[in-house]
Design a protein around this ligand. Structure first.
Ligand SMILES: NC(=O)c1ccc[n+]([C@@H]2O[C@H](COP(=O)([O-])OP(=O)(O)OC[C@H]3O[C@@H](n4cnc5c(N)ncnc54)[C@H](O)[C@@H]3O)[C@@H](O)[C@H]2O)c1
Length: 475
């Protein structure tokens, strides 16, 4: 166990042994023939930019108008510098285009897949284009006798590369992934309008791969534009793309709600957000951005209520801000349900305050869990190094009594639940819920791992133990 992996409860800096692997040095830039299946916004830009790096690129599309345009060096879309780079690529004999995917695959070493992935009728992902592209790629691979890498670039639900694309390719080619060909997922982060500039200066390059050979071939392609490529599993890379875009959407909606609240108050929302974004320690940072337990304490719940109340009084709709308390409650209920499902009757808690290093119990979310369990008849014991019989618990609760009068049972019971020995809690309870991160808790829980059921709400270990007696709340 790496103690360096430990961070304070809300000190969400990337744990050391959990950090994405980065290439220690730039991969060599090797020129290879590349085929690109799907010449829409992503495919057309990749075609032009990869040729600009010196690769020979064959663009493929079922749309004859697009292949004709690309073959003539004409951009099928409005995108800065795209026409210029396509024309240059055609002139240098680096770009060609065809509707024959199998033929293009057979004549190249790497295939990028950038077909459309529209929303299906049930709200999920329509795999039709991926499936037909994969079948054509498989037919092309069947004609080859050298190693080939297929790179999925579409935004897709996790596991689509391995469960949809790869089986179709294997069935059509009779080849085996990992032996005859490699598969990668390489999310596209370009922004339309600045796509060429984004290709040359990417916010990040992520390669999801299950075998090193495939990852290395793709790394060599991106070496000239990124010397710090992130490699991970295919499924993590697939999820990264979705999470990125949901996060961007959340930011847009959050900023717009701030604007809606500020305007009737005659406060310039841009001045507010200009200051907000300058805080790269807490606001635009990894802080608060790792899955874990609910927010709590004396500030966040109170201020979220205050802004929601302010908006309501102004007659302003702020559904995103209003939803925060609800999603926080869901996290508390999730933790409670994990305890119920564990089958234990005697439940220990390591940590009572909303984070380590404070005795402030005001709106500590774990008290909600304990309160429910006590009411349901569970036997509860709790340890918090900052809280003892002298802590003026009652005094703290008088502050929030009107907000959470339902917590009366836990307030009453708290002094009798306290145990100043964390190890005896680990030894005597059926299940131990970890609610704080600290070096002591890491050592104590680490020393009993496998002997007692552990429910981890804070990602105590950089790498989550894969043993039956351990369960994390969001991993
Ligand atoms: N547009 C963006 O800014 C952007 C950014 C990042 C990721 N993405 C993702 O990249 C993927 C492609 O997006 P896009 O905007 O370029 O799509 P698009 O609809 O503009 O282009 C898709 C192209 O694929 C072609 N196609 C479909 N089936 C084919 C097949 N079997 N063989 C060959 N060509 C085929 C279509 O004719 C079309 O030209 C999507 O998954 C999208 O979510 C898009």
């Amino acid at each position: 166990m790496n103690a360096l992996a430990l961070q304070n409860t809300f000190d969400f800096v990337q744990p050391v042994n959990d950090a994405p692997k980065s290439a220690p040095a730039a991969a060599p830039h090797i020129l290879r023939p590349i085929s690109i299946v799907g010449l829409g916004y992503v495919g057309a830009v990749s075609t032009a930019c990869l040729a600009d790096l010196g690769h020979k690129v064959i663009g493929c599309d079922v749309d004859a108008i697009k292949t004709d345009q690309i073959a003539r060096g004409v951009s099928p879309i409005h995108e800065a510098r795209l026409g210029e780079l396509l024309a240059q690529g055609v002139e240098n004999d680096l770009i060609s285009a065809t509707s024959n995917v199998a033929d293009a695959v057979a004549r190249t070493d790497i295939t990028f897949v950038s077909v459309g992935t529209p929303t299906s009728e049930d709200g999920g992902c329509d795999y039709t284009y991926i499936e037909s592209a994969a079948r054509a790629i498989g037919a092309g691979l069947a004609r080859k006798n050298s190693y080939h890498v297929v790179v999925m670039r579409c935004s897709i639900p996790p596991a689509t590369t391995m469960n949809v694309m790869v089986p179709e390719i294997e069935a059509a080619s009779g080849l085996k992934m990992g032996e005859d060909f490699g598969a990668c997922f390489n999310p596209e982060f370009l922004r339309e309008g600045t796509a060429v500039a984004d290709f040359n200066e990417p916010p990040k390059t992520v390669i999801g791969a299950n075998d090193e050979r495939a990852a290395d071939m793709l790394k060599a392609v991106y070496a000239p534009v990124d010397d710090n490529i992130i490699t991970t599993s295919i499924e993590v890379a697939e999820m990264v793309k979705y999470v990125d875009n949901v996060w961007h959407a959340a930011k847009v909606c959050f900023a717009n709600e701030v604007g809606r609240v500020c305007k009737p108050l005659a406060i310039d929302s841009h001045k507010v957000m200009d200051i907000f974004v300058q805080d790269t320690k807490l606001n635009l940072s990894p802080y608060y951005l790792k899955p874990g337990f609910a927010y709590g304490g004396s500030c966040l719940p109170k201020e979220v209520r205050a802004v929601a109340h302010l908006a309501e009084n102004l007659g302003i709709e702020t559904p995103l801000i209003n939803s925060l308390a609800e999603t926080n409650k869901t996290q508390i209920e999730t933790a409670t349900e994990m305890v119920r499902r564990s089958g234990g009757k005697k439940i220990g808690f390591l940590g009572l305050a909303f984070k380590a290093g404070t005795d402030d119990l005001r709106e500590s979310p774990i008290l909600e869990v304990i309160n429910t369990l006590i009411t349901e008849g569970y036997d509860v014991a709790a340890h918090d190094p900052a809280i003892n019989a002298e802590t003026r618990v009652d005094n703290q609760f008088s502050y929030v009594r009107h907000v959470c009068p339902h917590l009366e049972p836990v307030v009453e019971a708290l002094p009798s639940l306290l145990n100043d020995d964390a190890l005896s809690i680990l030894d005597d309870c059926d299940v131990v819920v970890v609610t704080q991160r600290s070096e002591d808790i890491l050592k104590q829980v680490g020393s009993r791992l496998g002997r007692v059921k552990v429910i981890d709400l804070v990602r105590l270990f950089g790498e989550a133990p894969s043993i039956q007696t351990y369960e994390g709340i969001g991993w």
